[in-house]
Design a protein around this ligand. Structure first.
Ligand code: ADP
Length: 559
């Protein structure tokens, strides 16, 4: 028997760890299962190299609950450890990792991406005692049992263990009893271990017999060892992408399309990003992308990793080259993260461009769904604007689509003001602005429909980007710049009658600053309304742009 103190300086590190990461105790499970998977992968590698000549046999990692004993046990048939290795890897390395973690992130532990790499010692967040029973794969190895009760002292004893590999036995703390509930463990395995590359079993599959649910002989495997994003894109069919999407988001409609990311240089990144179909604005939510590191779930908070506008997409990205042991604010300055971010932006715009070029009709049909993402990207990232300006579309009030260049050509002939500025007329509501649209159309002008969530800031941006151009809403008071007044029919009312009508309308309108609206009785065409209330273009834009703030949260802001 050997006794000793684990290699840490803090008198008792565990209460600190416990308190410190109180909100995220559950991640111990990911850390333990990931270690078991690693140990198994290592043995497979040794076997492939011929350095392990024994039978690999069944490599399933098993998670067992014993409510009575109050234990949760994780068993693998990987490389195992001998006493010397326990001393090195557990007593020294694992715990020096713990001290380092505490030193570094005392003030801001929650900012570290999914607390990734907390390692073995995270088991003490939920356990009053931890045992390791392990036997190395090496021939004739002596099995050992290591125990530690949360003080810096540990014990190692020789023991009996038939199988190679490791059992990690957690004696669950009284205040963490939820980790002895099968439902909770299955939920956590589903969250953190769903795509790990070695089968993980928790209990047996059940079946209904005589009105009762009973265990079968078959292991209940909780993960998929070869998730779709790890496969070659050329080997996959459309149906498989859709099926994977529905596994991730069971209640969603089919996605519009997807992008399979697969790059090895200058960084490793795989994944599949889906453009979701938006049924209503309430569907637009950030953080639907899951981040993995070698198939281990890390987080769904991917801000600072993918460009902001792409956090509206769905799917999975997996990269061992995203530093996960660092604070979120550090991530933004990391060179790899910057490269990854611009790679994803380029991939997304390439794919959009490809659909646009290959099947314009299909692209137009998807446009109403896509435009929110595209406009957000164009507004947020100059790089994306530069790529998207060739395939972004404008839709007119008759439902026809144009690229920016096509539309410019269309209106160049006859939609200019007296200074030679190109005038882009637009409506924000087909019904409310019907008579203005009709009037403009009758005069041979084209009117765009700008009724999207982001169209107000978009109009402002396009006005800056397009040379010698301005955008005017059809019912804005400035419309007269373009529509020659002499063509318009005017009402034949006396000055008194006009004043009376204007007063009557002002009285019933909500109390708004006089400067914001104008009431006139100048009809603007055969079908036009007898009274026209116009809002100053300037005031209207001021109000609407106040609604668009960078970094806005869609889920909350959208009506
Ligand atoms: P990390 O996995 O990041 O190296 P951990 O603290 O989780 O850090 O684990 C420390 C070390 O303990 C591992 O690197 C590994 O060598 C060893 N280890 C942990 N769990 C197992 C296991 N189930 N089988 C074999 N070795 C293990």
């Amino acid at each position: 028997m050997q006794k000793g103190n684990i290699g840490i300086t803090t008198e008792n590190i565990f209460p600190v760890i416990k308190k410190f990461l109180y909100s995220d105790h559950e991640i111990f499970l990911r850390e333990v299962v990931a270690n078991a998977v690693d140990a198994t992968q290592k043995l497979k590698t040794l076997s492939a190299k011929g350095e392990f000549k024994g039978e690999l046999g069944d490599l399933t990692v098993r998670v067992k609950l014993d409510k009575e004993a109050g234990t949760l046990t994780f068993s693998d048939r990987g490389i195992g450890m001998d006493a010397e290795e326990i001393d090195k890897y557990i007593n020294q390395i694992a715990f020096s990792g713990a001290t380092e973690f505490l030193d570094k992130y005392k003030d801001d532990a929650n900012a570290i991406i999914g607390h990734f790499g907390l390692g073995f010692y995270s088991t003490f967040m939920v356990s009053k005692q931890v045992e390791i029973v392990t036997r190395s794969y090496k021939e004739g190895a002596q099995a050992v049992r290591w125990t530690c009760d949360g003080t810096p002292s540990y014990e190692i004893l020789e023991t009996e263990k038939e199988e190679r590999g490791t059992d990690i036995i957690l004696h669950i703390d009284d205040d963490c009893k939820q980790f002895l509930e099968k439902g909770e463990i299955l939920r956590l395995l589903g969250k953190y271990c769903r795509f790990l590359p070695i089968p993980i079993a928790c209990g047996k599959k059940t079946e209904w017999k005589d009105g009762k649910q009973v265990d079968t002989e078959e292991d209940n495997i909780v993960n998929v060892v070869d998730p779709l994003w790890m496969k070659q894109p050329t080997s996959l069919k459309e149906e498989e992408y859709k099926k994977f999407y529905h596994n991730l988001y069971p209640t969603n409609d089919d996605p519009l399309f997807w992008i399979h990311l697969n790059v090895d240089f200058p960084f490793h990144l795989t994944g599949v990003l889906y453009f979701p179909k938006i049924k209503s604005n309430l569907d637009v939510r950030r953080n639907q992308i899951q981040l993995y590191c070698n198939q281990v779930y890390v987080t769904d908070q991917v801000e600072n990793i993918v460009p902001d506008f792409l956090t509206l997409l769905h799917g999975v990205i997996d990269s061992p080259d995203i530093p996960l042991n660092v604070s979120r604010s550090y991530l933004q300055s990391d060179a790899n993260v910057k490269k990854i971010s611009s790679y994803i932006t380029k991939k997304v715009s390439d794919r959009l461009n490809q659909i646009f070029k290959h099947d314009r009709k299909d692209f137009e049909e998807k446009w109403d769904n896509l435009k929110l993402f595209i406009h957000y990207g164009m507004l947020a990232e100059t790089d994306f604007y530069d790529r998207a300006k060739d395939f972004a579309l404008l839709k007119d009030t008759e439902g026809k689509y144009f690229t920016y260049e096509e539309y410019k050509q269309l209106i160049t002939e006859n939609q200019t003001d007296k200074n030679g500025q190109l005038i882009y007329l637009y409506a924000t509501n087909l019904e409310e602005q019907y008579s203005y649209i009709e009037t403009a159309r009758n005069k041979g002008y084209s009117v765009l429909l700008m009724d999207g969530q982001l169209d107000t800031p978009l109009v402002q941006m396009l006005e800056q980007k397009f040379e010698k151009s301005s955008f005017l809403r059809v019912d804005g008071n400035t419309i007269n710049k373009l529509i020659q007044k002499e063509d318009a029919e005017t009402t034949k009312l006396s000055a008194d009658e006009k004043e009376n009508i204007c007063e009557a309308f002002s009285a019933v309108l909500p109390k708004i600053e006089k400067t914001e609206i104008q009431i006139t009785t100048e009809a603007m065409g055969e079908d036009a309304s007898p009274v026209v209330i116009t809002q100053s273009e300037y005031m209207r834009r001021m109000k609407e742009s106040a609604r668009f703030q960078p970094g806005m949260s869609f889920a909350e802001d959208m009506p």
